[in-house]
Every structure is written in C-alpha cells, then in structure tokens.
Ligand binder design. Structure first.
Ligand code: ADP
Ligand code: MG
Length: 316
C-alpha cells in the first residue's frame, strides 16, 4: 500500500470545472468548482464527501461519461482529451448505479467486455475474474437472477477485464450489508496488494479511515482537504469535556484557552479544547475559577467524524 513520491501520479486532476446544463435558461448546477489533486500510484485513495458533493461527477468525467466544462485530467499520464483511448485503457470504473443487460450471464458479460476492448480469446481472463469475485458458481446464471451483492462483484470483475493499472469504485458499499461490505473491502485490498492503484468514493468515514492510505474531502464541488489518512486522523486533536453543574446556566462559560463551549442542557456544558495545549484537569479548574460547582464529568476524544463535520460545515 505504499505510494512513492518520485513516481508520476496515477491520476492528475487540474482545475476541473463542471457546470451541468440548466433548464429553460436557468444557470445549471456548478458541480465542480475547479478541483485539483493527484492520486499517487500504488495506494488506496479515498474521495470522501457528503451526497451531492461532486464525487460521481468527477469519476464520470474520468470515465468519459460526463463532459467537463474546463480543466484537465491525466490518467496514467494520458490526457483524457488528447489521448482518450489510452486514458480509458488505463482505468477500470465501477459505477455507482448497477446496470446490466438482464439476459447475459456473468461469463458473457465479461466476454463481451473483453471483446469491446479487443482482447484476444487466448488472453481473456473471464474464469479467473469470476473466481476472484467469488462468482465462479454463477458463471452461467442470468444477470437478472443475481443478488445486488453479486451484481456489484460482477461489476468489479467487468471493470478489471482489460487489466487496468487503476480501478475506481464509485460508492462501492452504499446500501450494502455488513457481510458484503467486508467482502468488497477484501477484494479491493487484494487487488491493491496485486499492484492496482485503487480510488474509491464513499460517504462513509469509517470505510475511508480503514481502507485508504490517503483521503481527499470534497464538499460543494470544492476540494477542502487532501492528506495521508494518518494526518487526517491527527487533525482530530480536539477533546471534549462535558460537565454537569449544580445550578441552571444562562450562558456557556467562555475562556481564551478553550476552542469552544456549548450548553448541552440547563445544567450541562461541553468544552472543546486542544489536548496538546490543555488537560481535562485544567479545563475543570478554569470552570471552577469561574464559579461553577461541578457535579459530574465525562470526556470524549474527537474522531475523524468530528474532523469531517468541522471541515464540511465550515464551507457550507
Ligand atoms: P455525489 O456523487 O458526491 O453525491 P454528484 O456528482 O452526483 O455528487 O452531484 C453533484 C451535484 O451535481 C449535485 O448537486 C447533483 O444534483 C448535480 N448533478 C449530478 N448529475 C447531474 C445532471 N446530470 N444534471 C444536473 N445536475 C446534476
Ligand atoms: Mg455519487
């Protein structure tokens, strides 16, 4: 899962803008507002953001399914406009929506895709791909008889038919059960171990935190963070002390050493502070100096969820 800095990026995105066409002369939705970032080779890169952030728009531009308004993108060094064919050959995309012709079998789906890429019969890997996604026993079943989870796995196999160095999965685990999620994570990790650079979009923080070595956060069409996962988690340096006091409070106590304070009820106060600068004991001492009689105390560490919420709400 290491990504090397001296290698060219797997994907390079520069100033990407997408404005969808508006209806009846209305200006269309500005889904991407000039996004730039690199996806390093060799890792699992998470593009994280709430619904409507612009994740699928970005992926679909890379896939050639949506036309960009302006900006550039290179896939494996190939410009998507100047070298469309090679750019497309370098990437396999698992779309968010599941679409199959219901009358093809998994084996036929993969063979058709191989035909589409002009892969000689002797070089096709349909059986091996079906085995890799645990669908060998469904080889000859009609696609319409597959469960949702099987269809998703088939889509991954389909995206890998032409052995691209990059695999992109758009919301692979949205709405899937825990068991399938685990299986998909295993598949993705296995492909990455085999040398495939993986990009996945998700709105599940936990998923990005567990799977990805680098996370970019997009919100309202803008990139608001792009860091190694560990650094992103380190941003969660905030800690919270919640206290209950013995009389009703009209306003939350304030102090310059606190990041913020909030009333959590008539007698409850939550103090957020940077744990590198202050201890929980010091927080309590400050509150007591302000005349509060503390009856109960609990503490909580901020997690990636809090970082995400504070980053995405800042630009809202
Ligand atoms: P995400 O995948 O992060 O949920 P999308 O890229 O699907 O976000 O959508 C970004 C924004 O663009 C949303 O406001 C969405 O409503 C809008 N949008 C997406 N597709 C279209 C389309 N075909 N026409 C008009 N607006 C669209
Ligand atoms: Mg989407």
């Amino acid at each position: 899962m290491t990504s090397q800095i001296d290698q060219p990026p797997a994907i390079a995105i520069r100033d990407l803008v997408k404005r969808y066409a508006g209806i009846k002369g209305e200006p269309g939705k500005l889904a991407l507002k000039g996004v730039s970032f690199d996806v390093p080779q060799g890792g699992i890169f998470g593009l994280l953001g709430p619904n409507g952030a612009g994740k699928s728009t970005l992926i679909n531009i890379l896939a050639g399914l949506v036309t960009k308004t302006s900006g550039n993108a290179e896939i494996w060094g190939f410009d998507i406009d100047a070298n469309t064919r090679n750019a497309k050959r370098s990437i396999g995309i698992v779309p968010q929506e599941i679409v199959f012709d219901p009358f093809f079998t998994p084996y036929e789906v993969l063979e058709n895709q191989a035909g589409f890429y002009g892969i000689a019969k002797s070089l096709r890997r349909s059986e091996a791909l079906l085995a890799a996604v645990h669908l060998a026993d469904k080889r000859d079943a009609y696609a319409r008889t597959l469960s949702g989870g099987m269809k998703r796995r088939l889509l991954i196999a389909k995206a890998m038919v032409h052995s691209p160095p990059i695999l992109v999965l758009d919301e692979p685990t949205a709405g899937v059960d825990v068991e399938l999620r685990r299986l998909l994570w295993e598949l993705v990790t296995q492909l990455n171990d085999d040398g495939v650079t993986v990009v996945l979009t998700t709105h599940y923080l936990e998923e990005a935190e567990q799977l990805c070595d680098r996370i970019a956060i997009i919100n309202h069409g803008e990139l608001i963070a792009n860091k190694p996962t560990r650094e992103m988690v380190d941003m969660a340096r905030e800690k919270i002390v919640a206290v209950t006091v013995d009389s009703d409070l009209a306003v939350a106590p304030v102090h310059e050493a606190f990041i913020k304070t909030e009333l959590s009820g008539p007698r409850g106060v939550e103090v957020t502070y940077d744990k590198d600068n202050l201890s929980a004991g010091q927080v309590l001492a400050i509150l007591q100096e302000q005349g509060l009689a503390i009856q109960d105390v609990t503490t909580r560490e901020a997690d990636l969820e809090d970082v995400f919420v504070s980053l995405t709400s800042a630009g809202a």
